[in-house]
Ligand binder design. Structure first.
Ligand code: SF4
Length: 352
């Protein structure tokens, strides 16, 4: 029986001696016949490159968009959230290692397959779903599937990626052409030491986020704060500087609490450290800075950057209170607030 997960890659180059070069992410692996790429989910069969996990789903959830995190993008909405297998980063502190550090099941009969038709049907028959988000593992590795899903679902649904931002510029173009209009991009640090450790170039991620932002994609940035690894003041200042250079002072930035997972045993990030990092980012000029993985903490809320009025209160990933004018302004000082599209909590309750 043919394995339905095998799909010829959209982006690759044929080379001499039946080798291929994958153009899906910025690693640009050159893969010998019969071998897999760095991510272990793309294979060279007889001189052609294939995705080996098309429609193979490791994770399926209906999540509030706030969980991605995305706080300024379709707030209070529910996203059909799908993930697959593998990653193109080798992070030893991976918070999702159960799916990102392993390839898809060997036999497709042991996989959960979700065809494009089933995705469309799921969305059509579930009125609580307002968009789709690819998350959990690195979605770039399922480029063919994610592009096909984005292309085939109605444009009234939003299309979102939670990513390390290391897709190739060609993959980014394909995704934007397919309708991707939101990205939550996660950084693991900024220093050369971390780049070396992960064998990546952060500049390529900044280039991608800048290009997506300039194409009109909504961007939120995540920084996983790991004690004694990436929490020094100079690194945070440099990180903020990069956001100001490539995006905007209004770009929402989430500093996320790390917990020991996979191979890292450093204890969880102290709340004091997160609060300090938050203050640094605010003092350096960012307007919308949040803390994540800290249930009940007030810095999950949106405050007016001018008069500090509480505008959106969040708890356990859901919005519990809103306080803005219908034309997206602070009711106290009339500062315009870039949260789109905004709905008051009572409107949400009435609709549901
Ligand atoms: S997606 Fe990236 S890591 Fe995987 S084979 Fe292609 S270039 Fe290599």
């Amino acid at each position: 029986m043919t394995d339905p997960r095998i799909k010829e890659a959209y982006l690759y180059k044929k080379l001499d001696d039946s080798k291929v070069q994958c153009l899906t992410c910025n690693r640009f692996c050159i893969i010998e016949k019969g071998e897999l790429g760095y991510c272990k989910v793309r294979a060279n069969y007889e001189g052609k490159l294939y995705s080996i996990e098309y429609s193979d789903i490791s994770s399926y959830n209906l999540n509030p968009i706030e969980k991605k995190p995305a706080y300024h993008y379709y707030p209070t909405s529910t996203a059909l959230t799908l993930g697959s297998w593998g990653c193109n980063f080798p992070c030893e502190f991976c918070q999702n290692f159960e799916i990102s550090k392993r390839p898809p099941p060997q036999d497709f009969l042991n996989s959960s397959l979700l065809s494009i038709e089933r995705v469309i049907e799921t969305i059509r028959t579930n009125p609580s779903i307002q968009g789709i988000s690819f998350s959990f593992n690195e979605p770039t590795l399922s480029l063919e599937y994610t592009v096909d899903v984005f292309k085939n679902i109605d444009p009234t649904y939003y299309k979102h990626y939670v990513t390390n931002g290391y897709m190739s510029p060609y993959a980014l173009d394909l995704l934007i052409d397919a309708g991707m209009n939101g990205m939550t991009v996660s950084f693991k640090g900024i220093s050369e030491k971390i780049e070396h450790n992960l064998d990546v170039k952060f500049e390529k991620i900044w280039k991608n986020v800048k290009s997506a932002y300039q194409s009109g994609v909504h961007i939120e940035i995540v920084y996983l704060v790991i004690p004694e690894f990436n929490d020094e003041e100079e690194q945070i200042i440099e990180f903020v500087e990069k956001i100001k250079q490539n995006l905007s002072i209004y770009t929402p930035v989430h500093f996320i609490r790390y917990f020991p997972h996979y191979l890292f045993e450093i204890p969880a990030t102290p709340i004091d450290t997160l609060q300090k990092v938050h203050s640094i980012a605010k003092n350096e000029g960012l307007k919308y800075v949040y803390l994540g993985n800290v249930p009940g903490h007030p810095l999950q809320n949106t405050f007016c950057p001018i008069c500090s009025e509480l505008l959106v209160k969040r708890d356990l990933m859901s919005v519990t209170y809103t306080n803005m004018t219908v034309d997206l302004k602070c009711p106290n000082c009339l500062e315009e607030i870039p949260i789109y599209p905004y709905r008051r909590v009572n409107e949400i309750k009435n609709k549901n």
